[in-house]
Design a protein around this ligand. Structure first.
Ligand code: BGC
Length: 755
């Protein structure tokens, strides 16, 4: 009887379970049902509005949308970029959605690139920390500050691989390496989007610029790119893929063409690769005015044709050109495109809004008091200060000029030492200038004996200076004189030189990336005083410093540091923080070496410096090697590396691992952090392989006298590359492993691995 009762009880339980499983809808089904029901209510015009992104700002292109607010209100535009101002104004703009028939919330997009109000160092600088936990934190803070203002999408991260510092936009990315670039891409996406996109502090990431924009020919912005599929897959595509795998909800098509077809109309890129191969389910927005620009590229006869080509290729949203809102309906009526194309793009955009939770709460818990509570908090500033410290790269330190003594009389000289705005970059338009700690203030807080002077203009280019409304030779001479006067009375000179804010960023390509003549003049005169000179560089790209390095005893690369500029820099100058940054872009000796990057292929005639033979791959008038290689960066202490030990030198099979290890010792006087880097080379393969590729790295903090063994686990995955059939695979044979402090100063060992 008892047994019978328990049997029937379990049957009932099973039945209940089954019934509830049948009733329980998966989140994906719920989403599909919701979107389908919504789309069933939408007219074609309403669907097209979802694909239209307008902007009230001057923007970065020739097209300026008219009647922006009216369009949002009447429902002919469903998204807006760069509405700025007070939280109330932004909210009022977002609320215009309520006056449309279906009240579909807008994407409120903005370029939040390296912080919203709290500005962090530029992404190139941040990447030099090689600290993905810190980088993720900076993105999280940017998301918290940005969402509090009402933004729900940011056009970041820029993950373009960059090998040409003439291109002004190298400042926006993580440099030249696909492995590190992928880790940074993932960290930034995670930071913006958090664990749950519907959270009120989560902002949708938009990965850009898809694709290959970093390879703009000759470093000229908006220019064409041309590369082999092998290079594309091996070196340029991985960071986009990593960002997508990390869950980025949107991606931006780039300005350039790929294999002759502009990215914005490139079906291979936007559909075959992105959707069919990589499985991306978010939406693609064009870059600024790209749809219209298909005409100038020469692949569309007129505007309507451009729109057809873009939607056919798989472009979902049109930024600022308003081609979609003008021509999609006409194209549909004429039978030139199918309704399924509009539906598909509209569905993707609506899904993005759904994923963000906007249909539940369009304003993500709007509270006009929130920005004041969450922006520029002490905690945010602390992270920003640490980010400044960690992004700084010590390039030179003769005679231990650095760190400075806190009692030294310091002459602080440079055109931006007292300038808050100059600590920002082209992409810090939302930053709070008043909160910036200038270099002078930062140093003065730790050493009251500092005095300062401008010393020079940024440049002697009269055209450039006209924009600043000043240029007089006499004025320049007077500035130099004043600076030298204070320099003579000092114990040490800190010269802050490099680029002004207006010299890097979008549309800031340069054919000369050396220090401007007037700055070099000043530097020479400062050196001639006989006082030690510390050169602090503020810039958005690697510079060709060449012979000018001799006029400085120590050099710190401090990028464009942001809100906590002076505080972070002062900590590094006085040794409160021992610099640990490592370059993520090679510094060339001269312009003629560009493009120059560490993971280049070998040639049939590789040249070794000093060799006599003439018919080798080399320059007559310049060395092959860079001024500072990828991964380079000194410390106030010295790290010693033991020889490499390998767990095995002959390994067989796919399921095996190899442990590569070194002992790293701090043999100097300061505690410090070292980034131990591991590179691999496959010397004999079916395709030519790079001379070295970064495969792993490990950050270790060591007290003076401390030693740690660092172990790296290598698996066959680390040996894989794209072969000539574009298959991602590895080949048996010998491999060379390098471990060291940068991509050139390494210990070497080798092993054989057979399939
Ligand atoms: C840039 C993008 C940016 C967009 C919107 C374009 O000119 O290339 O990176 O997101 O403008 O501001």
């Amino acid at each position: 009887m008892k047994a019978n009762f328990s049997a029937s009880l379990s049957a009932v339980v099973l039945l209940i379970c089954f019934a509830s499983c049948v009733n329980e809808r998966k989140p994906q089904d719920k989403k599909n049902e919701f979107i389908t029901a919504l789309m069933n209510k939408m007219s074609v015009e309403e669907k097209i509005a979802q694909l239209n992104l307008v902007t009230p700002s001057a923007g970065t292109g020739p097209f300026k949308t008219k009647r922006v607010m009216e369009k949002l209100k009447e429902g002919s535009a469903g998204n807006i970029l760069s509405v700025m101002g007070s939280v109330e104004r932004i909210h009022k703009t977002a609320s215009l959605a309520d006056s449309t028939r279906l009240k579909i919330p807008f994407f409120m997009a903005l370029d939040i690139i390296h912080g919203y109000k709290t500005i962090f160092p530029i992404p190139l600088g941040l990447s030099c920390s090689w600290d993905t936990v810190l980088i993720e934190k900076t993105a999280r803070i940017a998301a918290i500050e940005g969402t509090a203002m009402g933004y729900n999408q940011t056009y970041s991260p820029m993950v373009d691989i960059t090998r040409d510092p003439r291109w002004g936009r190298v400042m926006e990315g993580a440099g030249e390496d696909p492995y590190l670039g992928s880790l940074v891409a993932r960290a930034v996406v995670k930071g913006y989007q958090g664990d749950d996109l519907t959270d009120e502090t989560s902002m949708m990431a938009c990965v850009k610029h898809f694709g290959l924009y970093g390879a703009s020919e000759a470093g000229r912005d908006y220019n064409t790119t041309d590369m082999s599929r092998l290079t594309m897959f091996q070196s340029y595509l991985p960071p986009y893929k990593a960002a997508i795998d990390a869950g980025a909800g949107s991606i931006m098509s780039s300005f350039n063409d790929i294999d002759g077809i502009p990215a914005t109309a490139n079906k291979w890129l936007l559909t075959d690769l992105l959707r069919d191969k990589w499985g991306f389910t978010g939406f693609v927005v064009s870059d600024y005015n790209c749809v219209q620009e298909l005409i100038a590229h020469g692949i569309a006869g007129d505007y309507k044709d451009a729109v057809k080509k873009a939607i056919d290729a798989g472009l979902d949203m049109d930024m600022a050109s308003e081609g979609y809102s003008t021509f999609l309906k006409e194209l549909l009526d004429e039978g030139e495109i199918k309704i399924e194309e509009i539906d598909q793009a509209c569905r993707r955009v609506l899904e993005g809004k759904y994923d963000l939770g906007l249909f539940e709460d369009p304003y993500k818990n709007y509270d006009p008091e929130k920005p004041a509570k969450v922006t520029l908090t002490d905690e945010n500033k602390e992270v920003a200060k640490l980010a400044v410290c960690k992004s700084i790269v010590l390039l030179k330190n003769d005679n231990n000029t650095l760190p400075l003594s806190k009692n030294a009389k310091i002459a602080l000289i440079g055109p931006s030492v007292n300038d808050q705005f100059e600590m920002f970059s082209m992409w810090s338009q939302t930053g709070d200038k008043q909160s910036v700690i200038t270099i002078f203030d930062g140093i003065q807080k730790l050493n009251e004996k500092v005095v300062c002077a401008d010393g020079t203009f940024f440049t002697d280019d009269p055209d450039y200076l006209k924009n600043y409304g000043r240029y007089e030779d006499a004025e320049q001479l007077q500035m130099e004189k004043d600076a030298i006067q204070i320099a003579q009375k000092s114990d040490v000179i800190v010269a802050v030189l490099g680029e002004s804010i207006a010299m890097s960023g979008e549309a800031k390509s340069m054919t000369d990336i050396s220090l401007p003549g007037c700055q070099v003049d000043l530097l020479k005169k400062l050196k001639a005083t006989g006082k030690p000179v510390v050169l602090v560089l503020l810039n958005g790209r690697p510079l060709t410093l060449g012979d000018n390095l001799q006029y400085a005893d120590a050099v710190l690369e401090a990028w464009r540091p942001g809100t906590m500029a002076g505080a972070g820099l002062a900590d590094v100058l006085f040794g409160n923080y021992n610099p640990s940054g490592k370059l993520t872009m090679t510094f060339p000796r001269s312009l003629g070496q560009i493009p120059i990057y560490y993971n280049h292929k070998n040639t049939g005639r590789p040249y070794t410096e000093g060799e006599k033979s003439a018919f080798k791959s080399r320059y007559l008038d310049e060395k092959n090697d860079p001024l500072f290689p990828f991964g380079y960066g000194l410390s106030y202490t010295t790290f010693d590396y033991s020889a490499i030990s390998l767990s095995d030198t002959l390994i067989a099979g796919e399921n095996n691992n190899l442990v590569v290890s070194v002992e790293v010792s701090n043999v100097g006087e300061y505690a410090g952090e070292e980034t131990v880097q591991l590179y691999l080379n496959d010397p004999v393969a079916s395709v030519v392989r790079p001379v070295k590729e970064l495969k792993k790295y490990h950050k270790v903090f060591l007290e003076p006298g401390e030693t740690q063994r660092i172990n790296f686990k290598i698996s066959p995955d680390d040996l894989k590359f794209y072969n000539s059939n574009l298959q991602w695979d590895w080949e048996s044979g010998k491999f060379i492993v390098y471990v060291g402090t940068d991509s050139e100063e390494v210990k070497t060992a080798s092993f054989v691995w057979k399939k």
